[in-house]
Design a protein around this ligand. Structure first.
Ligand SMILES: [Zn+2]
Length: 174
C-alpha cells in the first residue's frame, strides 16, 4: 500500500503528537483504537473535512496520545493495512450493534454483507468461539464450521441452528 501525503492539518497534528519527526516514520507509531458514529454527520475530521459520519480515534502506541475525530479517508493516508483492517472491523461491529443480537440469525448478517473471511477470522481472534463441550473443547472447530457455513450455499436445519447459536454469541463481544 503506497503512502500518499495527507492534508496538511492532519499531518501537523500527527507530527506534533509523534516521537518521530518525519511523516514516513511517524505513521508507524499510530493505530486505530475506536470508532463512533455521528448520525447527523456534523463531525469535522482533524484534517478539516466536514460531514463525517464514522469517526475514528487513533492512538500513538508510544505516547498513548489520542487524536480524533478522524475520517476513514484520512486513515488510509497512514498506508497501514492493519489500520484499514481495524476500520473495517469496527465498522462491522457498529453495524452489529444496531441489530437485536439476542435473536439475530447467521443468514441475516450474511445477507447484510457483514460476514467475510477476514471478519470471521477477526472474531475468532477476539474470542467469539469459546471452547465448550459442543466443540470438543476447541473453539477452532466452531471457527472452522462457521467459515464453512459462510462459504456454503446451503445449510441443513441442524447446521442453521448451530450457526445461529454461534451468531448470537456476538452479543458478548460487541
Ligand atoms: Zn480527514
Amino acid at each position: 500500500m503506497g503512502i500518499e501525503k495527507p492534508a496538511p492539518l492532519l499531518m501537523n497534528e500527527v507530527l506534533k503528537n509523534s516521537q518521530s519527526h518525519t511523516w514516513e516514520k511517524a505513521i508507524a507509531e499510530w493505530e486505530v483504537s475506536g470508532q463512533d458514529e455521528d448520525f447527523e454527520s456534523l463531525s469535522v475530521c482533524v484534517c478539516g473535512k466536514t460531514g463525517l459520519r464514522y469517526k475514528y480515534i487513533i492512538t500513538n502506541t508510544m505516547t498513548r496520545t489520542q487524536l480524533h475525530p478522524i475520517g476513514s479517508e484520512c486513515i488510509r493516508h497512514f498506508g497501514s493495512q492493519n489500520m484499514v483492517d481495524t476500520v473495517e472491523y469496527l465498522r462491522k461491529i457498529t453495524e452489529l450493534r444496531k441489530r437485536n443480537l439476542g435473536s439475530i440469525t447467521f443468514q441475516e448478517i450474511k445477507d447484510a454483507g457483514i460476514l467475510s473471511r477476514k471478519f470471521i477470522t477477526a472474531l475468532y481472534e477476539k474470542g467469539l468461539f469459546q471452547p465448550n463441550k459442543f466443540n470438543r473443547n476447541d473453539g477452532k472447530n466452531d471457527f472452522q464450521f462457521y467459515l464453512n457455513m459462510f462459504n456454503s450455499r446451503s445449510m441443513s436445519d441442524k447446521q442453521r441452528k448451530k450457526a445461529d447459536v454461534l451468531t448470537r454469541e456476538l452479543r458478548k463481544l460487541v
